[in-house]
Ligand binder design. Structure first.
Ligand SMILES: NC(=O)c1ccc[n+]([C@@H]2O[C@H](COP(=O)([O-])OP(=O)(O)OC[C@H]3O[C@@H](n4cnc5c(N)ncnc54)[C@H](OP(=O)(O)O)[C@@H]3O)[C@@H](O)[C@H]2O)c1
Length: 276
């Protein structure tokens, strides 16, 4: 049985289709009260898009885990981790395994959203320690934590979703953001490849990457503060802000949640602007 789910947001109504086996006893206020046991991890749920994703979870009874340094996300367990430090990655892997083992969930979701632009500037000028942290967070943590999540859900019968937050920078080179662009391009290719692998599994994990578009967050403010000499793209984003063209994170977060119920092939790489 498939049931229509209506999720209301200030950006309008989004419709999706739930793959439903009679688990959904009530609908209301844009959230679903489910009898299913639902486990959700969001990296970087302390701010920006991650906080918006946490605030717009379309299930009332989901267990939410925030993987970040600051924490403070309402209703979330905080696993305090600096994901630019490889020593934090086994901590996250243990958290995946233990919570899944303990709660035997029906639905598991990991949204890897944490990312950084720091240090902005040409690759031949920026600080090496900061550059290394950028590479570890944007490139390496995505692949290693993605791998850890796949290991934790492998062989389980539950519905499984891994969503990587990418960027238009995966496709378009932006001067002054080389490691960020490379990290996002790497995420997209990782998703395409792992998607091929997961198609051989049953049920398998649905792995997708999604670019959220330009958002009104701290990351954007950091970009706009740069000089056009070092980061030419900053001019375009100052103009977008002046014209009110930056998206509200909550609106984009609702679109991302709607992807859970869409008929997308594992390994899909998409942009929120493609989602109608
Ligand atoms: N903003 C945009 O226009 C835009 C456009 C395209 C793609 N994106 C992507 O969207 C995602 C969210 O961006 P945003 O704009 O919301 O960024 P943001 O406002 O700067 O928030 C970044 C989040 O990532 C977490 N984070 C950063 N470094 C971390 C670290 N070392 N360890 C653990 N967590 C860390 C932060 O948490 P703590 O500081 O608490 O650790 C924070 O919750 C990123 O992947 C970004 O690349 C954004």
């Amino acid at each position: 049985m498939r049931r229509r789910l209506l999720v209301q947001g200030d950006g309008g109504a989004l419709q999706g289709v739930l793959h439903d086996a009679g688990f959904w006893p009530a609908l209301g206020d844009g959230k679903v009260t489910s009898l299913r046991r639902i486990l959700i991890w969001i990296s970087g749920a302390s701010a920006g898009l991650g906080a918006a994703l946490a605030a717009t979870i379309p299930f009332e009874n989901a267990e939410l885990v925030d993987l970040s340094r600051r924490g403070g996300t309402p209703g979330a367990h905080h696993v305090a981790v600096d994901l630019a430090d490889p020593e934090s990655w086994p901590v996250v892997e243990n958290d995946f395994q233990q919570r899944i083992e303990t709660s035997d969930p029906d639905l598991v979701v990991f949204i890897h959203n944490a990312g950084t632009l720091t240090p902005l500037g040409s690759a031949d000028r920026v600080d090496t320690a900061e550059y290394t942290r950028n590479v570890l967070l944007n490139s390496a943590s995505a692949q290693v934590l993605g791998h850890s999540f796949l290991r934790a859900v492998a062989g389980r019968e539950c519905e499984q979703h891994l969503i990587m937050i990418s960027s238009g920078a995966a496709i378009r080179p932006h001067e002054g953001e080389a490691s960020y662009c490379a990290g996002k391009a790497g995420i997209d290719q990782w998703v395409r490849t792992v998607g091929l692998e997961q198609r051989r599994r049953s049920p398998g994990c649905r792995v997708i990457s999604v670019s959220p578009g330009a958002l009104d967050t701290d990351m954007q403010a950091e970009l706009r503060a740069c000089s056009p000499d070092e980061v030419p793209e900053s001019t375009r984003f100052r103009e977008m802000e002046a014209l009110g063209r930056l998206s509200k994170p909550e609106n984009v977060a609702r679109i991302i949640w709607s992807l859970l119920d869409r008929d997308l092939e594992t390994g899909s790489v998409l942009h929120v602007h493609d989602v109608t």
